[in-house]
Design a binder for this molecule. Structure first.
Ligand SMILES: [Fe+2]
Length: 177
């Protein structure tokens, strides 16, 4: 049993019940993203990245009703102390992945939730062509785009998915990897 995994599970159970501008709670959203990753047969690190991509909202005080604006940075910094880059990079990149998709995919902006559209402005808006080129050179680009896709879909009110305890063993294995 690891103290950090206990701590993460406790965060889900305590702070995870808070809203952040969506129709689901933080915990419901994270668990739906992990379930989507699992259903698509994503590898262990990517399933855990999906589960923990918004942990930055749970470890800092919210900026406003939409949570912590720079939760990508805070979340990745926290996870980097414990998990390998295959978990950390998609978390660090998931907000940038939204800015990237908005820049390159004309239909994408219309699919974003109201809260995601609102926070996009705080997060820098669509990427510039230079930012797009730099982002496409990132080694974890595909993993980040997959997490982003699950992030946009994992917001279904009332959907029942596996609890956070179902991911304990995978988190423990990644810690020691
Ligand atoms: Fe998210």
């Amino acid at each position: 049993m690891s103290a950090v995994v206990d701590h993460i599970i406790e965060l889900f159970e305590t702070k995870g019940q808070e809203p952040y501008g969506e129709d689901v709670t933080q915990a419901e959203h994270a668990l739906q993203c992990a379930a989507l990753a699992d259903r698509e047969g994503a590898g262990e690190a990517l399933v855990i990245a999906a589960l923990l991509h918004d942990i930055g909202h749970l470890i800092e005080e919210p900026d406003d009703g939409f949570g912590v604006h720079r939760h990508d940075v805070g979340g990745a910094a926290f996870l980097a102390r414990h998990f390998p880059e295959a978990v950390v990079a998609p978390v660090r990149m998931h907000v940038a992945a939204k800015r990237y998709r908005v820049a390159i995919d004309p239909g994408y902006a219309a699919r974003l939730s109201a809260a995601s559209t609102h926070t996009l402005a705080h997060q820098g808006g669509p990427m510039s062509p230079e930012e797009v080129r730099a982002f496409e050179a990132e080694p974890h680009l595909q993993a980040a785009l997959r997490v982003r896709e699950w992030d946009d879909c994992g917001k279904v009110e009332g959907l029942v998915v596996a609890p956070v305890e179902a991911y304990r063993d995978r988190m423990e294995r990644l810690l020691s990897a």
